[in-house]
Design a protein around this ligand. Structure first.
Ligand SMILES: *Cc1c(COP(=O)(O)O)cnc(C)c1O
Length: 430
């Protein structure tokens, strides 16, 4: 299936990367629950370790179940290769790892998942890396933030939590002109709603924990490479262009061409950072991906109905869903995200922090959890949870002020979701 990119999305989400099991004919991808793989002989082992032959050595690096998922996601995103890892946050570190080094920085959007803001503003400093946060709608500010030490631009397609959508093409042009890759976190949109590589992105990262799995069972992450970036055009990316001491001076870009970044992610990234996805997690995510398009259609349909209902309700101050005509991003959605603006948005409750807390306590169908992209409807009061570590200014910038709740609209009956919000808003604003 992997050689047939002309199939439609609905076909590829079920078949890409998978073949009947060569040993048994099993139609569903088996869970290869093994740590190691027997070498044919000593020469075979040596060739594998020298990267002269591609094959399975040890499941920290590669596993056949995980490999199917990697190929599935790469195909759906239109990339040449993908590396799965243990979580979305692991994917972000893994994505930056070949690009960065002490003193290097990433220019990142201010509108990001709260955990990513913390990872980028605090934790990566321990590696000597740093992040500069800019409003990615202000392309001049993005250009100004890029300096000689910048090694990537980072944004989310549909940004969590504020109902913001990025003009990826415009940002990719800025990154291109600076000779650095654009990394797009496509978690909230999924390749069904947005294919960042078609809009000029170099790399796509995912938290597969969310919509790709779709049922809140496992954490996982993935990095997809477009295969288009010229890592040897300048001396900014020595991990990919210069001799690698750990492999007898092999140069990844020269040796592996468009697959250099993917091979580096496995041979160096997973080998030494060890943020590996396990085959059970890959199995659950493969099961989820088979119905991705169907679920996303329903997620968007429900989100559209719920957002419109909330916007018309006098107990609600405002709704940030980019799919509403009142959104400043409505035109951009029509242009860049024609299948819809996702199912994640925030709304402000009259009565502020107190009313938000009462609301989350009163809901029955919605679960109050720090997650999104589940088949179930979910809600969280970001200011008291996911965005708690941020300063008030960062909270506002991320669209997560104290009077705001974030919802991830599930695929239940829209009428039931609305009725639940109705009764809870009554209790919250009594
Ligand atoms: C959840 C999420 C992450 C982090 O992923 P984990 O799997 O929880 O590590 C990163 N980006 C976005 C947009 C997310 O929603």
């Amino acid at each position: 299936m992997s050689d047939t990119p002309s199939y439609g999305f609905d076909t590829l989400q079920i078949h890409a990367g998978a073949r009947p099991d060569p040993a048994t004919g099993a139609r569903q991808t088996p869970i290869y629950q093994t740590t190691a793989y027997v070498f044919r002989d000593a020469d075979h082992a040596a060739a594998l370790f020298n990267l002269q032959e591609v094959g399975y050595i040890y499941s920290r690096l590669t596993n056949p179940t995980v490999a199917v998922l990697q190929e599935r996601i790469a195909t759906l995103e239109g990339g040449v290769g993908a590396v799965c890892c243990s979580s979305g946050h692991a994917a972000q570190i893994m994505a930056l790892f070949p690009l960065m080094g002490p003193g290097r920085n990433v220019v990142a959007s201010t509108r990001l998942y709260g955990g990513t803001v913390t990872q980028f503003s605090q934790t990566i400093k321990r590696f000597g890396w740093s992040a500069k946060f800019v409003d990615t709608d202000d392309l001049e500010a993005v250009k100004a933030a890029i300096d000689e030490n910048t090694r990537a631009v980072f944004c989310e397609s549909i940004a969590n939590p504020g109902g913001y959508v990025t003009d990826i093409r415009a940002l990719a042009d800025v990154a291109d002109a600076a000779g650095i890759p654009l990394i797009v976190d496509n978690t909230s949109a999924t390749p069904y709603l947005c294919r960042p590589i078609e809009q000029g992105a170099t790399l796509v990262v995912h938290s597969t924990t969310k919509y790709l799995t779709g049922n809140g069972t496992v954490t996982g992450g993935c990095i997809v490479d477009s295969g288009r970036f010229d890592w040897s055009a300048n001396d900014k990316f020595p991990s990919l262009s210069a001799p690698e001491p750990a492999y007898h001076g092999l140069k990844f870009h020269e040796t592996f061409g468009s697959l250099a970044y993917t091979f580096h992610g496995i041979a160096i990234g997973l080998r030494d950072l060890g943020m590996t996805m396990n085959p059970q997690a890959a199995h659950y995510t493969l099961m989820g991906i088979e119905t991705l398009s169907l679920r996303m259609q329903r997620h968007v349909e429900n989100a559209q109905k719920v957002a419109a209902w909330l916007e018309a309700d006098p107990r609600v101050d405002y709704v940030t869903y980019a799919g509403l005509p009142s959104s400043p991003y409505y035109d951009r959605v029509q242009k860049c995200y024609p299948k819809g603006a996702g199912a994640l948005f925030t709304f402000a409750v009259k009565g502020g922090y107190e009313a938000c807390v009462k609301l989350v306590n009163a809901l029955e169908i919605f679960s109050h959890v720090a997650n999104l992209g589940d088949a179930r409807s979910l809600i969280i009061h970001s200011a008291s949870t996911t965005h708690r570590q941020l300063s008030p200014e960062q909270q506002e910038a991320a669209g997560a002020g104290p009077n705001v709740v974030r919802v991830s609209i599930g695929i239940e009956d829209a009428a039931d979701i609305i009725a639940d919000l109705d009764q809870a808003l009554t209790k919250a604003t009594a």
